[in-house]
Design a protein. Structure first.
Length: 306
């Protein structure tokens, strides 16, 4: 056999790039494209994080029949619109600070505000930066500063810390828990609230959890703050909640061990407050009756069976 015959007999795969080498090049290119996509998606998530979280509304849908409008200034210099619904005379000296969710503005929360006021509470609430006529842009730190400003105003008006009820709805529960950690109140209400912000989409799409952890981190970590909160707690949640999974609210209730705690199992979706007023009234009355006359809360903690 001649040299030419040997060259002719050599397998074609040895004379050109083999199939596995071509496959390797394709996989490398796909890997690079995947990495680039992840990096761009992560950068986009971090850059537009606040726009993904907060959905303010500037127009008002109305206002309570009897209220006072006043203005607050945060540590960052934002001017915030706030409302006060003075007590009708039921429970003198008790104040409720209300914190809304991530969408709308105070006018969307009138049902909650009027309801709390009907319990005889002096109700104060604030529009976060960028919500309603408030100046500034919303962010996690900005809404925490809003809560701090409202607390300072309540105390300036004469409210005693041991007489202040902090109420947070949805994302506002994360704001309320941060305030309750920094300034021990008389009681805390978490209405349709999540454990951590990233747990809301992660509950239904677990494959997104690594990405959500990267972009959202520990944002609005209510669960992580419960160990530092010592006041009585009321958790309100509906099994039919179409925004925040019921399991997340239940996890908050089960994790709290520092004081009396109550659970209201509501009906309807995330915004169906009107369906549950009688239940919420009974549970809030129980919560208010558990508030001691001093800051020395009862031990051991009481627990309401689900």
């Amino acid at each position: 056999m001649t040299l030419c015959d040997l060259k002719a007999a050599r397998p074609r795969s040895e004379a050109s790039p083999s199939g596995w080498k071509r496959l390797r090049l394709v996989l490398i290119r796909l890997g690079r494209l995947l990495v680039l996509t992840i990096v761009l998606a992560s950068l986009g998530g971090l850059i537009f994080r606040d726009r993904l979280i907060f959905h303010p509304m500037t127009e008002d849908l109305g206002a309570p029949a009897h209220y006072e409008e006043f203005w607050l200034t945060t540590a960052a210099g934002d001017r915030l619109r706030a409302w006060r619904l003075p007590p009708p005379g039921g429970r003198p000296g008790r104040t409720a600070l209300f914190f809304q969710g991530n969408g709308g503005n105070l006018s969307l929360m009138m049902g909650h505000l009027v309801f709390l006021n009907s319990l005889g509470l002096d109700v104060l609430a604030v529009d976060y930066p960028g919500y309603g006529p408030s100046s500034g842009r919303p962010s996690e730190e900005a809404v925490y500063q809003s809560a701090e400003a409202l607390w300072r105003e309540a105390v300036r008006r004469g409210a005693e810390p041991e007489s202040i009820l902090i109420y947070g709805f949805s994302l506002g529960g994360g704001v309320a828990s941060r305030l309750a950690q920094d300034h021990p109140p008389a009681a805390l209400v978490l209405d349709s609230t999540f454990t951590r912000l990233r747990d809301v989409p992660g509950h239904d799409w677990p494959w997104l959890k690594p990405y959500l952890k990267l972009v959202l981190g520990e944002a609005f970590n209510t669960l992580g703050r419960l160990n530092h909160i010592r006041c009585p707690l009321l958790v309100i949640h509906s099994p039919d909640d179409d925004i925040v999974p019921f399991d997340l609210g239940l996890a908050l209730f089960q994790a709290f061990r520092n004081n009396a705690k109550f659970f209201a199992r509501g009906q309807g979706d995330h915004m169906d407050f009107l369906l549950n007023q009688n239940l919420y009234r009974a549970k809030l009355e129980s919560l208010l009756s558990a508030i001691p006359s001093s800051s020395d809360y009862p031990r051991p903690p009481l627990s309401e069976a689900l």
